[in-house]
Design a protein around this ligand. Sequence first.
Ligand code: GLC
Length: 737
Amino acid sequence: MTQDKLIQLLAELSIDEKINQMIQIIGQIYEKGAMVTGPASQYGINEENIRLAGSVLGSLGAKKLIKIQDDYMEQHPHHIPMIFMADIINGYRTIFPIPLAQGCTFNPDLVKEGAAVAAKESAAAGLHVTFSPMVDLARDARWGRVMESNGEDTYLSSCLAKAMVEGYQGKSVKEKGKIAACVKHFAGYGAPTAGRDYNNVELSERTFKEDYLPAYKAAIDAGSELVMTSFNTINRIPSTGNKELMREILRQEMGFTGVLISDWGAVQELISHGIAEDNNEAARLSIEAGVDIDMMSMIYCNRLKRLLEEGIITEQMIDECVMRILQLKNKLGLFENPYKDADAEEEKRLILCEEHRSLSRKLAAETFVLLTNEDGILPLPSEGKKIAFIGPYIACKRIHGSWSLFANQEDSVSIKEAVEGSGYLNHCLYERGCDLLEPGIEIPEFGEVFAKSVLTEEERQELLYSAVAAAKESEAVVLAIGEHPSQSGEAASKADITVARHQIELLKEIWKVNHNIIIVLFNGRPLDIRELCQYSKAILVAWLPGTEGGNAIVDVLFGKVNPSGKLAMTFPYSVGQIPVFYNEFATGRSYEEGDRTRFHSRYLDIPNKPLFPFGYGLSYTEFEYSGVELDKNIMSDNQTINAVVEVKNVGRYRGKEVVQLYIQDVKGNVVRPVRELKSFQKISLQPGESKKIIFSMNRDMLKFYQQDMRYEVEAGLFRIYIGGDSTTKNVAEFHYR
Ligand code: GLC
């Protein structure tokens, strides 16, 4: 449809029709017929909303959505198609690893492939928009939603934000198998005070703009068609009613012209934030901030008309929002084809097809981070060993993240199934050893569902006893433990990030009879794993790997795949260090580990150093780095400097290495981080092979928000570090003049 036609259509709409284009309601209402007294009434959704709502969320399935669209358009006065949106953050039915795990691949191309498969499967199921990528910078492991992010680093998150938008949208969202991206949560949601979800966010303007905003910008520059508001405050103003954030920063400075949708109920939450007196003020603040769609709060549809009649808002303000919504429908091609790619046969053919499963398996294996590997206990031999596979995650098929809303765990491959299907000729024993959750713990899931352990004390003892017996007679133990999938994700903050006590007890009992323990950790966040390190020889962080997780883990355990993951988020020594991240600041009294004098920036009871730093991850092979060579030592204006290192594989296995480049601005007119990731290259080397890696550096990498908030370079001394993690001391210097 041409723009003129859209303008004409807008002019023909009644005010009720316009306002209902600006609301989004749950699709289940349409699935069960329009039961206003049923699920709708609890949300205050009325008949008119069901007849005229501009979009729905949370429903998927080609047949279902075609019917909903047909019924809806037939009765709509102007036959305007609705938009179907949902949370497809790590796959639709072929489930990929959680985004935090995908961050550990340092492989944007592979992450983009995964997003493209998620788009293909969900588009065939009738989806138009996914509420992804979530690019909130995450430096606090207490916050449950770190699992949805790509970690603590601005540059890495920006690279992956771009990759995911491109994977979802392709060159045009109208293309077959493509869906519109909705980058979220704008903005700064990843820094809630005390790591408690939905809590306020206190960031300096400089930190907000320099560290937190770039990843959203990267998604918007990649063409993300939507942005979602965040639940938190910025500068003590909730994002959803924050005019400066949305009109000045998002729209003017960042140039975003697409649809701004609120998060679930966030318009109404302006009242509980204490910034809106009532629903009228919540509606006013939100539309003044330029929020186009009110997700599930019903404030817009119940209040905007009255505000218009009272002259508090103008119809032009409503038209601006509705036009953006109609333009999105037009970009999706819905006026010509309201079903877009919905096709039940295609959906059936694509879902969990071999190609998608093998990509999920490949991507999962690249997310795993090998943290320890004493005595080279890994990889395990493919035959001739007696191995006890123990733990609640050995036979578990629920190995996907908590936002895998359409996953069917029966589709997943457990570790046990993978070992049995691998053809490896070892003598394997399998024991659960304990429940995932410790006794007495209840984890709220979606709706009225709670995850909890139902074992009796006697059953628990039996599990423990047979696990220890299996460990005792085996040469090695693979212990698969960790968090329940619902212990991370939304509303899943934790003050204690240690591994559950009953799992540590199992570990210690096994350690008494067998020290050859390899831990496979399932987690949605960095955890305090000091005791795991103490009572094991190897730790492989598997995160929540998705459908092919078991196969991917077995591929790595037995050496078919050499692990190459690098931490996208620091593993703290303990929760007391949080927030802890690699690009910290020197302070006026920096502390060298081991210094026993008092007056330094340090703790009396724990070290400053985290347990495992950002960018860290072992391989089954070793990589040697030459020193850093620069082709010049002075950079000025638009000159570039080439930094060169030679990396050699000096081990016995072919392996991938993420060569990381960090820059330190030694002195600035504001304090500068001790170092910042500015580039990386993932390479593959055969044993004995070496490769020259060249990084071209330019002045843009040196910019920062100066004292006067200009984003510019300042002359001075810079250091370049190039190595295999954020602690590398492999350094060279240059001046910017
Ligand atoms: C949730 C989340 C958001 C999600 C939305 C729709 O509250 O904050 O990430 O996309 O609701 O499910």
